[in-house]
Design a protein around this ligand. Structure first.
Ligand code: SF4
Length: 357
């Protein structure tokens, strides 16, 4: 059977060809996910923010707990940031939680608690970028508008066999235009979701399942046999290596925690106080500003998207006049039984596991 070159396929039926193949496939193959029921702008917003850089299986319990605690934008807007961060604990990329909270307050202040039905206005809300605006507008409000996330990017790059660095601005712009050309006027949200689902379940990063793909008949990457090698992505910057020393200080049934300032990494989250430095020796030396006779009890390694942290964990008491690093806005004793009420990062959990319980 001869294949139709992708350019011809798109020029003949720019939208309906892809939509006609993709939507029935999605109808048969869509995963049953909690955010696909009872769609509202708020529910799409929360789910899409949680799903950024995070696996679906990880997100599901967080999403359900979050929606139970904050069933509406107003509930989220009036919540304390500590409560929001506590529910986000362990999900990572905590800036997302802070942005969502700020965004909810913005929506209440400027739009009376209702998300506006306009891509342009959605993009003026704190924390809502082009992708999230496209998701809310198309999936919740049926507006014909595209979106490009990591999954859609991969599908589009392969469909068009784009052999350039997909992180380049020029290529990104092209991908948004290609996505826009594909979105049908009918069911734009379902189409966008189907394209993301295809990327997540069929057009997989390492081994695309082209034999199962409803778009194989127009996929140039598949035709050329180069799909698995795409997209081309310039290597990310090497990880910054950070050394740190953390203190687990205990008093009766409480442990000392510091809350990071809002404008630093892990902003608003609580952790055993630590100092960062360029070497383990320097970090241990700096710990003396608040730790008396600290004893090393373990080491923790933690990798984030842009940094690798090596932390030596100490147990000890506080000095008479402790001076904590500037990144902490508050330090307090917290009962170990109450730790679940605090926003605590995965790194902090690892640190606490060395000396608490
Ligand atoms: S045919 Fe293969 S490479 Fe092309 S979109 Fe489908 S799964 Fe991806």
């Amino acid at each position: 059977m001869s294949r139709q070159p992708v350019a011809d396929a798109f020029s003949v039926e720019p939208r309906s060809g892809v939509a006609a193949a993709l939507l029935p496939w999605f109808g048969r193959s869509a995963r049953d996910l909690p955010w696909r029921k009872d769609r509202t702008g708020y529910r799409v917003w929360v789910s899409e923010v949680m799903l950024q850089r995070t696996r679906v299986a990880t997100v599901i319990p967080y999403y359900e707990r979050f929606l139970t605690a904050f069933p509406s934008i107003r509930d989220l807007a009036t919540a304390d940031i500590d409560q929001v961060l506590a529910l986000w604990s362990g999900l990572g990329y905590y800036r997302r939680a802070r942005s969502l909270h700020e965004g909810a307050r913005d929506v209440v202040a400027r739009f009376g608690g209702e998300l506006p039905r306009s891509v342009e206005l959605l993009r003026t809300i704190k924390g809502i970028g082009p992708y999230t605006a496209g998701a809310i507008a198309s999936m919740a409000f049926g507006i014909r508008t595209p979106l490009v996330d990591g999954n859609v990017l991969r599908v589009l790059v392969r469909l068009h066999a784009i052999r350039e660095d997909a992180r380049q601005t020029r290529v990104q712009r092209r991908l948004w235009s290609l996505a826009e050309a594909l979105v049908p006027a009918d069911l734009p949200g379902l189409f966008n979701e189907a394209l993301m689902e295809l990327g997540a379940t069929v057009c997989l990063p390492r081994d695309p399942l082209c034999l199962l793909c409803p778009l194989a008949f127009i996929c140039e990457g598949n035709r050329l046999g180069i799909a698995a090698s795409l997209p081309i992505l310039a290597p990310p910057r090497p990880l910054l290596v950070i050394h740190a020393a953390a203190l687990i200080a205990k008093q009766a049934d409480s442990v000392l925690l510091g809350r990071r300032r809002g404008d630093v990494l892990f902003g608003g989250l609580w952790e055993p106080p630590l100092v960062e430095a360029s070497s383990p020796e320097e970090a241990s030396r700096c710990l003396a500003s608040f730790a008396a006779s600290p004893i090393p009890v373990g080491k923790v390694q933690h990798i984030l998207s842009h940094r690798k942290m090596h932390v030596t964990v100490f147990q000890g008491n506080l000095t008479n006049s402790p001076r904590y690093p500037e990144m902490y806005e508050e330090v307090r004793w917290v009962k170990e039984d109450n730790l679940h009420l605090y926003g605590i990062s995965t790194l902090a959990r690892k640190l606490l596991a060395q000396g608490v319980g």
